[in-house]
Design a protein around this ligand. Structure first.
Ligand code: F6P
Length: 737
């Protein structure tokens, strides 16, 4: 466009100039030729005129007039009419009109629409130059060729300018194409190969291509959710493949308070224990799939004896697949960090179970100090500048920001395994701003449910000055963006503990024999840590109401309640155990004449194989949590029942109830209603059990723990690619600047 305008402008200016130049030049050329002709004829002509040789003059003039540009020649003497004029002398040219002087002179006239140049030369006597002039030699030239020349010159000029425009246009298009292709190549590289640098989630503009970049990023997001959707068979292998394809060579570090393998001194020497922890049962298979380092509190009595000089041990101990790095915490520190702030403060604060949280300034200080120690350990264990750090749970709310300060390029994913309460409830926490700031050091914060994500965003909105993007579900604080996402946790499928299980019938026989129960006794199981959030007391009360309302179950039904002692140092937990034992005793006493007695309370740690045997032996599994982030017991029960039988009763207040719609959903606070549901469970026809269990198994088998981890890792990979694009865009802007 611009080139065309310039060309038009140039043509308008240069056209007339070129015409006048060509005209001048042509005219001078003709004048010169006329002078040459005169010089060559002036001598003989003067002699002929003096001698009156008319014929010779005519002959000479006709010869001269044969030149194609010469129209005519003649002589002007005294008369009006030219003498000796050649044939083509225009009649309109008379001697009077021709300017004649003592020197040569030129004038131009239009004859019949053609421009002509008339040259007039004085003829002097050759023999006596002092004599009067004999007359004037007149030569008439056709000047119309000058116009043709001018037109030709203008044509050449137009052609030349057109050529320049075309050439510069082609050059400009080539340059633009080159720049776009170059940019796209860089962009594509960023999208496909940006796996190494870490994430700084600065909200940024991508410069002039802002909109396009954002579109591509959105497509990238969509393509990755397509991976998720299409990935129906999530397994250890799928997770490994995703690591290889999306995050090749990326280091993975897990931080969790609880270690996956505990070494204790036992009667037979050092014994290996796997803790009763939903967190451990979820994260452990992921670590086996991905490798890396798990940093945790070394809590076993023989832990120090089993690590190397760097406090590391390969695990699982029999065939190591990843590294466990143990951190030592003194008893005093445990009291403040683990028992105090985490379990007397945050745990009851986040679980609505009507146990009042306790907040102590000294606990807070210790909590902070222990978080610092883990942050140092993460920095020491990290071998690269941009690892993926998976921080687990409420023990480490300050850790994300501390790690961010030490490893700015790390991709930090914090998973909060417990519920997040509403803003009003969280508002009583004395150090709420610090906790939120600490968590917002993460790249992503994960919760089990969308409801908990919403609660967290509300809390941030209420207490911290930040920018919340509701559409993206992200919070930007001091230029750092953190995404809030739901990742429903799950279990390994099929779980390792199922591998060596006997048949369902053998498990039923074995359990009934061990507990001394008649073969026809219906069994409901409850299995968990002995925690007040699990609703153990409410479950026992529901059994009481069942037996009250449906006496036909007396002597035909038993609740086997396996409860692993946990946090027993805390009075709330100890008190719960005492209370549960007393309640079980009270109810058993109420039905003293009934055999077997309805409540079997087994307070000890159960290894996964024992837990699965109980699940397989049961008719009903009761999960009656008063509040629970997810609850993996429910999912493990489903996994244990490969016979597709058994009924799951599930609390409405456990995150799992959002996913397992085919369970019998209960309100554990309502003992009577729970008792009624228990009755329905016990009489449920096998076909209905089968139908419900089949659907739940289909769901959990695909929504397993590999999917949970896979989603987080895919999101981590997407963030890292986004960050890479940001870095490249920033570099380009710098270069352009
Ligand atoms: O429910 C959250 C959770 O972290 C579980 O994943 C885990 O089982 C438990 O709390 C922690 O238990 P402990 O204090 O024994 O490690």
């Amino acid at each position: 466009m611009i080139a065309c305008a310039v060309a038009l402008f140039a043509l308008t200016l240069l056209g007339p100039l070129v015409t006048s130049l060509v005209d001048d030049w042509s005219r001078r050329d003709v004048e010169l030729r006329a002078t040459l002709v005169f010089n060559s004829v002036s001598g003989p002509l003067s002699a002929m005129l003096e001698n009156g040789q008319t014929d010779h003059i005519n002959e000479l003039f006709e010869r001269v007039a044969t030149d194609s540009r010469i129209v005519a020649v003649a002589v002007c003497r005294d008369g009006k009419e030219p003498a000796h004029a050649t044939k083509l002398m225009p009649s309109s040219i008379s001697c009077e009109k021709i300017a004649r002087s003592d020197t040569e002179s030129f004038s131009s006239v239009i004859v019949n629409g053609r421009r002509m140049l008339i040259g007039a030369y004085p003829i002097v006597s050759r023999t006596d130059p002092s004599r009067e002039i004999e007359g004037h030699f007149i030569i008439v030239h056709d000047l119309s060729f000058a116009e043709h020349r001018g037109q030709e010159a203008r044509n050449y000029l137009t052609l030349m300018l057109g050529g320049i425009i075309l050439a510069s246009g082609a050059l400009a298009i080539g340059l633009v194409l080159y720049l776009i292709r170059n940019w796209l190549r860089t962009f594509k590289q960023a999208v496909t190969s940006a796996t190494s640098p870490g994430v700084r989630n600065a909200a940024a503009s991508y410069g002039p291509l802002d909109k396009e970049v954002r579109q591509v990023l959105r497509q990238l997001e969509m393509s990755q959710s397509a991976i998720d959707r299409d990935q129906a068979n999530w397994s250890k292998e799928t997770l490994r493949d995703i690591m290889l394809a999306e995050l090749p060579g990326v280091e993975v570090l897990v931080v969790a308070n609880r270690e996956p393998y505990i070494h204790n001194h036992g009667p037979g020497g050092i014994e290996l224990q796997t803790p009763a922890s939903g967190l451990v049962s979820a994260v452990e298979p992921v670590m086996r799939a991905c490798g890396g380092t798990w940093i945790a509190h070394g809590s076993g009595t023989a832990d120090r004896e089993t690590v190397d000089a760097n406090d590391r041990i390969g695990v699982p101990p029999r065939s190591p697949e990843y590294t466990l790095r143990r951190i030592w915490i003194s008893e005093e520190e445990q009291d403040g960090y683990y028992y105090g702030l985490a379990n007397e403060g945050l745990w009851p604060l986040c679980h609505i179970a009507f146990t009042r949280p306790v907040f102590r300034e000294s606990d807070w200080r210790t909590y902070r100090a222990v978080n610092e120690r883990f942050a140092d350990a993460v920095a020491a264990e990290a071998k690269t500048s941009s690892p993926i750090v998976l921080i687990q749970d409420y023990h480490f709310a300050l850790l994300p920001q501390m790690v961010r300060e030490r490893i700015p390029d790390a991709t930090i994913i914090t998973f909060w395994h417990i519920p997040w309460p509403n803003a009003e409830t969280f508002g009583i926490f004395p150090w709420k701003e610090e906790i939120i700031h600490g968590l917002l050091g993460s790249s992503i914060i994960g919760f089990h449910t969308q409801f908990h994500c919403n609660n967290f965003l509300e809390t941030v909105d209420r207490f911290v000055e930040s920018r919340i993007d509701r559409e993206q579900e992200s919070v930007t604080l001091k230029g750092h963006e953190t995404f809030i996402r739901p990742y429903p946790i799950s279990i390994d499928w099929p779980p390792a503990a199922l591998a060596n299980q006997k048949s369902i019938q053998d498990c039923r026989d074995a359990v009934r024999k061990r507990l001394d129960l008649p073969p026809e006794t219906k069994i409901a199981v409850g299995i968990e840590r002995f925690d007040y959030t699990k609703g153990v007391l409410d479950r026992i009360r529901a059994v009481d109401t069942l037996l009250e309302t449906h006496p036909e179950w007396r002597g035909r039904f038993v609740l086997v309640q396996a409860a692993a002692p946990t946090r027993s140092k805390l009075q709330t937990y100890k008190g719960l155990q005492d209370e549960a034992m007393a309640l079980a005793e009270e109810i058993n006493a109420k039905y003293a004449d009934v055999s077997p007695q309805p409540i079997r309370l087994i307070i000890r740690h159960h290894e996964p194989s024992e837990v699965f045997e109980l699940f397989r032996a049961a008719d009903v599994c009761i999960v009656s949590s008063l509040h629970d982030g997810m609850n993996l017991v429910a999912k493990e029960f489903i996994a244990a029942r490969d016979d597709e039988r058994g009924v799951l009763m599930l609390s409405h207040f456990a995150g799992a109830s959002r996913e397992l719609a085919e369970a019998l959903i209960i309100n554990p606070y309502d003992a009577h209603a729970t008792g009624e549901v228990l009755h329905s469970a016990l009489v449920m026809p096998e076909t209905e059990q089968h139908e419900r269990m089949r659907l739940m198994r289909a769901y959990v088998s695909t929504r397993n723990v590999y999917r949970w981890a896979g989603q987080m890792l895919l999101d981590a990979s997407r963030l890292r690619k986004k960050q890479r694009i940001l870095e490249i865009a920033a570099l380009d802007t710098d270069r352009a600047g």
